[in-house]
Every structure is written in C-alpha cells, then in structure tokens.
Design a protein around this ligand. Structure first.
Ligand SMILES: Cc1cc2nc3c(=O)[nH]c(=O)nc-3n(C[C@H](O)[C@H](O)[C@H](O)COP(=O)(O)O)c2cc1C
Length: 326
C-alpha cells in the first residue's frame, strides 16, 4: 500500500488522503466501504437514514479497512430535533462528521464533539473557512466553483486555497474539479491535507447512481458543465453544476414529472428541474434529471471500482510528489 501522510491522515487514522463525497443523504455502505478499505475516507449520507440503519452502516464501513468512516449532513435538510438520534449515532461511531451548505454553527460542532468524532465543515470561501475554524471544527473542506453538485463557492479552488491555508490552522481538504492524480498532487503540493472528490466517485462501480448518468460522465468533455440555478425545484436559491445536456433535455419536455426514483425508503416522483441526481433505480427521462458534474469530468474516461480510484490516486500522487513508498 502506498501512503501519503498528511495532517488529515494523522487526524483520522487513514492511509490515503482521499475523501469520497457523501451523496445527498444516501446510505451507500458499499461505496463508503470500498473507499475505506483502500485506505481513504468513506462517507455516508446521514440525513435520510434512521439512527439504527446509520449505526449498522458505520460499523460495516469500519469493519474492513485501513481508512476512516465519515457521515455527511446537508444542513438545510437537517432538522436537529428530528435527526438528533442519527447525529448522536454518527458522533459516537464515525471518525468524522461533517456539514455542508450553511453558516458554521458552534452548537452543531459541540453536539458532534460531545460524541467523540472529529468535525468537518465544507465551505465555499475564506470568510466561511475562518467562521468554521472559529466554530471549532477539526477539518475544513474548501469547495471551489469547479465542483459538481450543489456549489457553495463563488470563486475557483486555487485562488481561494492559499487564502484559506493562511487563515486557518486545521487541515484543509480541497474539493472541486479534481479528477486526476496530477490535480491531487497539485493541491497537496500547495498545502492541502487531502482531496475530496464527488464526480470521480459517481463514476465508480459501487456508486448508487443510474448507469446512463455514469455513461454521460464518461462521455463528457472538459467544458460540458454549467454552473446554474436551473434545477431549483425543491431546493431554490442553491446553485449547482450539472452537465449542459441535462438542461437541454429538461427544457425539451413539458410534463411536470420526468420520472421516479427511490429516496431513502420511499419512492418519489421527480419534478422537472428537481435538484436530485438520478439514482440507479430511476425510471423515466433520466437524461433530463440533474446530472451533477464537476469541471474535471473530461478527465474521467471509465467507470472504475472505488477502491482502485483511491489506490490509483494515492500511488500516482505520491510518485508525482516524490513521496517514498511505504
Ligand atoms: C452527485 C453529487 C452529490 C453530492 N451531494 C453532496 C452532499 O450530499 N453533501 C455534500 O457535502 N456535498 C455533496 N456534493 C458535493 C461534494 O461534496 C463536492 O463538493 C464536489 O463533488 C467536489 O467537486 P467534484 O464533483 O468536481 O469532485 C455532491 C456532489 C455530487 C457530484
């Protein structure tokens, strides 16, 4: 196994500073376990899960590996009273519990800290990074505007990275448009303690997304993504980055519902321009659903096992950085 030791790997006890993004509340144990088994940080979506299911999933991901297990909560969909049991289970069982899409909140940080896990916050600016550090987080995830999915950032990753590294003294994970070991090596050389990838892991064997979505990512070229607020149904005012083809396909129809898919334990109708990426069992006009993709999508040439992605990125970035194999 090739290791790259950084403040992040030391903090979380993993061997490769690669974090898979937690996806929209989905409890994909298979994906997180594959990432953790390869030494990375396997993430589970916490918001749609019941506390018991989340507890079992954390144990399952932890069972295999050299890596770490984390739980992600998207704050606009987190009702602390309703999800308190899930939060407590995550805080007691995971290595990392992290939050996204809200001003950093010291009270939430305290809930996690009381349970024993490390706390992370994904931010989109140096100002928000300072606010996260002031709220007491252990890890800042800096998302650039290149990112796929919902985008908090308003500027590019590299222009913000130096300012954030200067502003906080906790490990910083870089996110947004990273889809090659070269990009990983670049941000590590600049001082990031790890990388977080979403789009690259959507196009993995174990991700629970629709095969047509994965195929569209593999076929896409650099420049095929758009930063937009078009998929605003169900979550207005939250910009996101999608494949341009998804907007064209959604605009081509008029029916208010484009299809249906599972969301946690229930099956939902998918409104046209809903901000949900199509999961594996989606039916209907999948091409017209929110095909979230980051600017690195043109570098993704094939769907790979998630563990291979972690190993490949760890090994190649180590070589590029001149880190000795261990
Ligand atoms: C399909 C998809 C779903 C996402 N869902 C979440 C989520 O639930 N929580 C979160 O913090 N970030 C989410 N993200 C954003 C990632 O955390 C990360 O910022 C982004 O994927 C990085 O850019 P990249 O896709 O170019 O790697 C999602 C990204 C994608 C592509």
């Amino acid at each position: 196994m090739t290791g790259i030791e950084t403040p992040l790997t030391r903090l979380l006890g993993c061997t490769v500073p690669v974090q898979q993004a937690g996806f929209g509340g989905a409890l994909n144990t298979r994906l997180a376990a594959a990432v953790a088994q390869a030494g990375g940080i396997g993430m589970l979506g916490g918001a749609l899960a019941g506390a018991d299911a989340l507890g079992y999933a954390i144990a399952e991901v932890r069972a295999g590996g050299h890596g770490a297990v984390g739980v992600n909560f998207v704050v606009p969909f987190l009702d602390v009273a309703e999800h308190r049991a899930a939060l407590d289970v995550a805080a007691a069982g995971a290595d990392l519990v992290e939050f996204f899409y809200a001003e950093p909140d010291p009270a939430l940080v305290e809930v996690v800290r009381a349970g024993g896990a490390r706390v992370g916050w994904q931010v989109g600016s140096a100002r928000e990074a300072r606010s996260a550090a002031a709220a007491g987080v252990d890890v800042v995830v800096l998302q650039g505007i290149e990112a796929g999915g919902h985008v908090r950032a308003t500027a590019g990753l590299l222009p913000m990275l130096a300012a954030v590294l200067d502003a906080v003294d906790v490990p910083v994970i870089a996110a947004g448009g990273i889809a090659t070991p070269r990009a990983m090596a670049a941000v590590l050389a600049a001082g990031a303690a790890g990388v977080r990838m979403g789009t690259r892991f959507v196009a993995s064997l174990e991700s629970d997304f629709h095969l047509d979505y994965k195929a569209a990512l593999v076929a896409a070229e650099a420049g095929d993504t758009v930063y937009t607020e078009r998929f605003a149904e169900l979550w207005p005012g939250a910009p996101h980055r999608v494949l341009r083809s998804a907007i064209a396909a959604a605009e081509a129809g008029t029916e208010p519902i484009v299809g249906s898919m599972s969301a946690g334990a229930t099956r939902i109708d998918v409104p046209r321009f809903a901000g949900f990426a199509p999961v594996a069992d989606a039916t209907g006009d999948v091409a017209a659903m929110a095909l979230f993709a980051g600017e690195g999508v043109g570098e993704i040439a094939e769907v790979l096992p998630a563990g291979d992605i972690v190993r490949l990125f760890g090994e190649r970035a180590a070589v590029l950085l001149g880190t000795p194999r261990c």
